[in-house]
Design a protein around this ligand. Structure first.
Ligand code: FUB
Length: 446
């Protein structure tokens, strides 16, 4: 490590080989999970933690979905996610045709101390089963191990299971089958239908595919939500009603079609510690192939009349980020329209994430809700590549700092003194004060 002084700052440059070490910690904004693809995210709150049950896209060199297994993730702060590992593999399920890589969108629900994991897959015809069926696996814990039932649920053909428990304890299952959205009551054993499936038939007509139903209740109102191809790709829409199986009245769009062109979206809604959140997906880590998707989350708000405010997808996502973590400012809450952009660090390995490029005097980027804890902060570390000598203005919590960053041809971690940053939660703003270009991977305070 080299160390040199300027009149205002101390700069450390740390050798690049050290920086090649890759942390496998799951700590992210949007997408929520950065080390694998995660689609169709069903979030559930169990014991004050958020559990995420996504499907698991992998790349199989076919122009379609390829999904062989499921992982479960959890967090207590919406920022640091633990991957509990694989919970079900297609090879583990007797009724599944394990050659089909068809483990599509799942759900998980707790009832009487047992966790029921619902998942669709193409059934094994040698068992006398056909098409997409929905199975159940059971565990004593939200993170498994799960034991799959030998046969799928009788009476359901389709995909995208979703479970809802009413306040009276009655449990419903919803799914998408034969182009329709369906619902039925489940028996207490959570594995058999108690009522005949009904088509949820009060939905608007026209447009294209409807799938991925997700029902939740708030203040006695039942929200029936689903992805719907209104125009070219899936938007997330919702209806409101007085009963779990409808009729429902269509109310509008929760989230518009993705600008990325990702054909699917698939979502879930939770209330965690008093705030509502929408989990959904986009193809952030695979911009050229929309069957490799990534889970995201943003806050969701209601109007006084119970209708839902449209959610505009953000990169910043949710949660308060610790100042001492490597803050990915490219997951910004604001970016200037001129001279600031976000690019992959390595286009051949998108899982490495992104960098911020500031290339014009006055270009800026902001990242909100950073927790500086209970002590004054006096230093910042930045992983940067300065294409020219430049000065960056770092503003946070009333601390205003002009930071000189020397030209470097490689990525370097520079450590700079800052005027005391007060304790508490602040936004960070970085502005390029000089002509030239600087690339920023992350910044971290100490
Ligand atoms: O992930 C495969 C399928 O894509 C899901 O089952 C649908 O909801 C859509 O997201």
């Amino acid at each position: 490590m080299k160390k040199f002084k300027t009149n205002r700052i101390i700069i450390y440059t740390i050798s690049c080989s050290f920086l090649l070490f890759k942390l496998s910690m799951l700590n992210a904004q949007n997408p929520v999970i950065m080390d694998q693809f995660t689609a169709d995210p069903t979030a559930r709150v169990f014991d004050n933690r958020v559990y995420l049950y996504p499907s698991h896209d992998v790349y199989c060199n076919i122009n379609w979905f390829c999904m062989k297994d499921y992982h479960v993730f959890s967090t207590e702060n919406l920022v640091d996610w633990t991957d509990h590992g694989m919970i079900i593999n297609q090879e583990d399920v007797e009724w599944v045709n394990a050659k089909t890589n068809s483990m599509w969108a799942p759900d998980c629900y707790e009832k009487n101390g047992k966790y029921y994991f619902y998942f669709p897959a193409i059934a094994d015809t040698s068992k006398g089963l056909f098409g997409m069926r929905i199975g159940v696996a059971v565990s004593d814990n939200p993170y498994g191990p799960f034991t799959p039932d030998p046969m799928p649920i009788e009476g359901i053909s389709g995909i995208d299971p979703n479970i809802f428990e009413d306040i009276n304890g009655e449990v419903y299952i919803y799914w998408a089958g034969r182009g329709k959205l369906m619902g039925a009551k489940l028996k207490d054993n959570m594995r058999e239908l108690q009522s005949e499936p009904v088509i949820i038939d009060t939905l608007p007509q026209g447009g294209g595919l409807k799938e991925g139903p997700f029902l939740f209740e708030r203040k006695g109102v039942y929200y029936f939500t689903y992805p719907w191809v209104i125009d070219k790709t899936e938007a997330l829409v919702y209806c409101m009603g007085d009963n779990p199986l409808g009729p429902f009245e269509y109310k509008g769009i929760i989230m518009d079609e993705h600008a990325s062109g990702c054909w699917t979206n698939h979502h879930s809604v939770i209330n965690f510690k008093g705030q509502w959140y929408l989990f959904y997906h986009n193809n952030d880590l695979s911009p050229d192939f929309d069957k490799n998707r990534s889970a995201r989350a943003d806050s969701l708000f209601f109007n006084a009349d119970g209708t839902i405010q449209k959610v505009v997808p953000t990169l910043r996502g949710i949660g308060v980020t610790k100042a001492t973590s490597k803050i990915q400012v490219d997951r910004y809450s604001y970016i200037s329209s001129e001279g600031a952009s976000v690019e992959f660090l390595d286009t051949t390995n998108t899982f490495d994430g992104w960098k911020t490029v500031l290339s014009e005097k006055g270009a800026s980027i902001s990242y909100n809700a950073v927790d500086f804890g209970n002590n004054k902060t006096k230093k910042v570390n930045m992983r940067v590549k300065a294409i020219s000598n430049c000065i960056i203005n770092l503003q946070t919590g009333g601390s205003n700092n002009e930071l000189s960053i020397p030209l470097s041809n490689n990525w370097e971690v520079v450590q700079l003194k800052v005027n005391d940053i007060p304790k508490g939660i602040h936004n960070i703003n970085l502005t390029l004060k000089t002509a030239g270009e600087i690339q920023i991977d992350w910044i971290q305070f100490e």
